[in-house]
Design a protein around this ligand. Structure first.
Ligand SMILES: [Mg+2]
Length: 345
């Protein structure tokens, strides 16, 4: 049977107003309340829904509303999304179309992508804060049995915080560190030695974006593997980073790269260059995070902890067992909207 051609009949753009349980800080931003962009497409009577985090939700929503996708072929994901320049806008549409295809075919996204369903253990994040508060936050996660922490640091983070977290978690605790572009190269070298001494396994994005050529010279002096995050916004960026050298892996986030299709390309380019892959996230609801779980079998590491921080996740269907998460065994992305907490288009 060939699935009948059906045009997109309706296309909606909304903002999802989300709140975190507590304020979360990194070197570059502070979050408590924010909005993500949600796109809904309907074709053949079936709806598909996608979400993306952006620093400019109103601007991205405006770009999306101007698209006029009605009449397009909803299976034509690449043809539709290549017209959209802004990654977050592209990602919201890409996810909505993947959700629609899965719902129409009666399959979870991972299945029609030809990928296995693999449960993975996500890290949980500890934000930048006063030392006692960072240690307290880490201690809470450790006591609740979370085995991997990603600790956000900045230039004035006391290294004793990491030493204390290691003491609390013991040798079995896995610790990753994310600098969110905080350092100059010399600082990165000094910090990496301290991190290595307490058994931190990766250092994410130590230098500011645009310094990709500095890593080749820096890497021999860095005591732990380096993962690039903010620097990587496309498959072409992965190729550029691999050519420049000096990095060990990349952090893929759907909203940062422009959705499932570009993320798959980026992961394959990374693998072809022997780079490790981390699948990460922003503070999206279970809709955006569930979409990422469909690709997680392709990753070495998973950072999909956003739903654990949200006070008002409007979607259900993505289940965490502690830190372990798997793609929902339902059609499409696999989550359902529960309450209407959005602003209409
Ligand atoms: Mg990061």
């Amino acid at each position: 049977m060939i699935y009948p051609a059906v045009p997109i009949e309706a296309f909606e753009v909304r903002l999802n107003d989300l709140s975190l349980r507590t304020t979360f800080r990194t070197h570059r931003k502070t979050l408590r309340h924010h909005s993500t962009v949600v796109v809904r497409v309907r074709a053949g009577g079936t709806w598909g829904e996608g979400e993306a985090y952006t620093m400019d939700p109103s601007g991205v929503a405006e770009v999306l509303r101007a698209l006029r996708l009605e009449g397009s072929d909803p299976f034509g994901v690449c043809a539709i999304t290549e017209r959209i320049e802004i990654q977050a806008a592209r990602s919201a549409v890409d996810l909505a179309l993947h959700d629609w295809i899965g719902r129409s075919l009666g399959l979870p996204v991972y299945r029609y992508l030809g990928l296995p369903s693999v449960p993975r253990t996500s890290c949980v994040s500890v934000g930048v804060d006063e030392p006692e508060r960072m240690i307290h936050a880490a201690e809470r996660w450790i006591k609740e049995g979370y085995p991997i922490l990603k600790v956000k640091i900045t230039t004035d983070t006391d290294p004793a915080v990491l030493t204390e977290i290691r003491r609390l978690g013991g040798e079995s605790l896995e610790i990753w560190v994310d600098a969110n572009q905080a350092f100059e190269p010399e600082q990165a070298v000094r910090v990496s030695r301290r991190l290595s001494a307490v058994g931190v396994s990766i250092l994410e994005q130590p230098l500011s974006v645009g310094r990709i050529d500095d890593y080749a010279a820096l890497r021999p002096h860095l005591a732990i593997p380096v993962i690039l995050d903010e620097e990587i916004q496309s498959a072409a960026d992965v190729a550029r980073a691999a050519r420049a050298g000096g990095i060990d892996g990349i952090n893929i986030k759907l909203a940062k790269l422009g959705g499932v299709q570009e993320s798959l390309r980026a992961i394959r380019v990374a693998r072809a260059h022997g780079l490790s892959v981390l699948i990460g996230c922003f503070f999206e609801s279970s809709l955006g995070i569930a979409a990422s779980t469909h690709l997680q079998s392709l990753a070495d590491r998973v950072d999909l902890d956003a739903p654990l921080f949200l006070e008002n996740d409007p979607y259900t269907g993505l289940e965490f067992d502690g830190a372990v998460v798997a793609p929902p065994e339902r059609v499409g992305i696999g989550v359902t909207r529960q309450v209407s907490r959005n602003r209409g288009s």
